[in-house]
Design a protein around this ligand. Structure first.
Ligand code: FEO
Ligand code: CA
Length: 673
């Protein structure tokens, strides 16, 4: 159990504080598996900017890069056509010259025509159920017509920041959530989940919400009934007093990134679900006393996290009363945005862990492969391969695909290969004598199964994006708790404050491959600071290097875009979070350019391009919260009354509002050429 009193000081909001406290690894495999392995492939000294050895340059960028580095790299033309903006931090957002970045929808905005106007001083759960939720993260885009000027936007609402959301509260974790009433908790629950909303492009090329659309709906933590599918459906460990069948659950929480399937459904990844569970059973130090058959599993998953007061008012979130409820979260949820009445499905076949996202691709044989990181320090990278095949003419059948298949976890080897290890009951160590009595146990305790298989502990796997050419990009955001001696080949830096990006090459473009190869695309951080050990293209610009890669996108031209979430540690780079265009091939491989940056305290989520690449949707999450103590001239925690920025309204009395921004090129045309 998190001891709230010890977690708050260095952090500027509760979510930051708890996430950092979560640094305590729950992975029991840590130090023994790779403790004596050093990075044999790309040693730190070989890859510093300006000090690249021949071997390292060749390995990283190809022989052509040697020539380029020696001659006129700067003259090489990149694949992104825009003028980079300057890095920095201030109260608003910035986009490259020649582009507009317009607010599309904000927290509290109506999603149906008869919703009440947003009134931040008189919030109610009933109003929030009809308004855009808080902390927009994943953005999915589902076209509604061939012209591409009508579409459904599917947006996750990951979590809430009560100190800037509600008047008069301040940080509640500092005071044992004593200010959190039942009514406020119900508003929080209504602000979680997701939104499906129709948007349309006008004659001026600008997008706007269509409030009269029949598709518009909110999905929430408290009101949306869901079904449970796959190997764990109906298992005793999923049964609660409210659901004797173990097949139905109310709500979804901490929906971070996600995906749109090839058949147009919306996948919501349940990430830090553990944080919502509560106990009153604590020892003298305030730590949870875990008892009963779920104790070992709860320990491995960090349940109960105690990040919210929900368990004070709703028994579902109190593990003393409902010890199985937490087994019903931590999944990938499939929503049919085309049918507002459709019951969302939690897919247990894809495993239970802190799913960051769920991006998919159709393999050449028709099977569908979904990649997902488990965002915790020292946890793992997974992929799921469906048993059945995608049929473009049978959407109903496609919607059964995620119920059956094989879940794999990655083991990165020092010879540059990666083994995808199947989590299949009865195979290898996944047997009853090791506590796995069925495939239900394997998926419910996917982390523990992956421990047994010897998966590679990673530096917080965030978004994972497959590209059509067989490459897969893995964002590893940071891990300052990795100690010298605990490095492994794919996570080669101790005290990894800035993260890195791994590029997997699935063998012969076969995404179902169980043996593939990998490279490190970039090691993030300031290339000028030797101790950081960063690895970029030798001609990296000052504005374009970044820290803490989090979300990513592949655009219609196959180009890679990276968005960052540095949290309160943004001052380590001196840069606000942003969207970066990162060359992934050619002479400039490993070179990054800054396209957009967020206001103080925000992170950048989403990024989603329209198929015609003429619009880019960005989710600006929690403006004014992260690291405001380091913001010159402000230097204190933000509150509702006194935020570091009132973005995007900049109106007296209006709090900062998480919002979706849509970027278009002035005069029309493709973004970045
Ligand atoms: Fe919700 Fe791992 O970011
Ligand atoms: Ca994220």
């Amino acid at each position: 159990m998190t001891d709230n009193s010890k977690t708050t000081d260095p952090y500027c909001n509760r979510a930051e504080a708890f996430e950092a406290f979560d640094d305590i690894p729950t992975n029991p495999n840590l130090s023994k598996t790779f403790g004596d392995i050093v990075n044999l492939r790309y040693g730190r000294r070989d890859v510093l900017r300006g000090a690249l050895g021949v071997t390292a340059v060749t390995a990283l960028f190809g022989t052509s890069a040697l020539v380029a580095a020696d001659q006129a790299v700067a003259a090489a033309k990149g694949s992104y056509d825009f003028s980079e903006i300057e890095a920095g931090v201030d109260e608003t957002h910035h986009v490259a010259d020649g582009y507009d970045a317009d607010i599309l929808i904000r927290w509290g905005d109506k999603i149906v025509a008869d919703a009440p106007d947003f009134d931040p001083n008189n919030q109610t759960a009933a109003a929030q159920l009809t308004q855009f939720g808080y902390n927009n993260d994943y953005i999915g885009f589902v076209p509604l017509n061939d012209a591409g000027d009508r579409a459904l936007l599917c947006v996750n609402h990951e979590y809430t920041n009560e100190e800037v959301m509600f008047p008069g509260l301040g940080r509640q974790d500092k005071i044992g959530f004593t200010g959190m009433t039942k009514e406020l908790v119900e508003i929080e629950m209504a602000a979680h989940g997701g939104t499906v909303i129709e948007i349309a492009r006008g004659a001026d090329g600008k997008w706007s919400p269509v409030l009269e659309s029949r598709y518009n709906r909110r999905l929430t933590a408290s009101t949306t009934e869901m079904s449970i599918s796959g190997p764990a459906a109906g298992h005793d460990r999923l049964k609660t007093s409210a659901d004797a069948t173990g097949t139905k659950v109310v709500g979804t929480i901490n929906n971070c990134a996600g995906g749109i399937t090839p058949w147009g459904t919306y996948l919501m990844a349940e990430e830090n679900f553990h944080g919502y569970f509560w106990t009153d059973n604590k020892d003298a130090d305030g730590k949870a006393i875990l008892e009963g058959p779920e104790a070992a599993s709860m320990k491995r998953y960090g349940v109960p996290g105690g990040w919210y007061a929900w368990g004070k008012y709703d028994d579902r979130f109190n593990i003393d009363k409902e010890p199985n409820e937490s087994n019903r979260f931590g999944y990938v949820v499939e929503v049919d945005p085309m049918d507002p009445d459709a019951v969302p499905v939690k897919h247990t076949a894809l495993g239970r862990f802190r799913h960051e996202g769920a991006e998919s691709i159709v393999n050449s044989d028709g099977r569908v492969v979904i990649y997902s990181g488990d965002d915790n320090r020292f946890d793992y990278l997974y992929k799921f391969v469906t048993a059945g095949t995608y049929n473009p003419d049978d959407r109903a059948a496609n919607m059964q695909l995620l119920s059956e298949g094989t879940l794999y976890v990655a083991r990165f080897n020092e010879d540059g290969t990666v083994d995808w290890l199947p989590l299949v009951h009865g195979e290898g160590p996944l047997t009853a004598e090791n506590g796995f009595n069925s495939q239900a146990d394997v998926v419910i305790d996917a982390r523990m199964a992956a421990d047994k298989l010897g998966a590679t502990p990673m530096d917080r796997p965030e978004d994972v994006e497959p590209a059509a050419d067989g490459k897969v990009y893995v964002m590893l955001t940071n891990n300052t708790r990795r100690k010298p001696g605990d490095e492994n080949p794919a996570n080669p830096r101790a005290d990894n404050a800035f993260g890195h990006i791994v590029e997997i090459s699935e063998t012969d473009n076969d995404f179902t491959s169980t043996k593939s190869t990998w490279e490190i695309l970039v090691k993030c951080g300031d290339p000028k600071v030797t101790e950081v050990g960063a690895q970029w293209h030798p001609d990296q610009s000052e504005a374009g290097w970044f820290g803490s890669p989090d979300n990513c996108a592949i655009d219609a031209d196959g180009r890679l875009w990276i968005s960052t979430d540095q949290g309160s540690s943004w001052a380590k780079t001196g840069k606000a979070d942003g969207l970066y265009a990162l060359e992934r091939s050619g002479e400039l491989r490993g070179k990054s350019k800054l396209f957009f940056r967020v206001p103080i305290g925000a992170e950048l989520c989403g990024p989603k391009f329209t198929p015609d690449q003429q619009a880019l949707f960005l989710a600006i999450q929690h403006p004014a919260t992260d690291g405001t103590k380091n913001y010159p001239g402000f230097e204190r925690d933000s509150t509702f009354e006194d935020p570091a920025t009132r973005w995007p309204d900049f109106a007296d009395g209006m709090p900062p509002r998480p919002s979706v921004v849509v970027v278009t090129k002035q005069g029309g045309g493709k973004i970045a050429g």
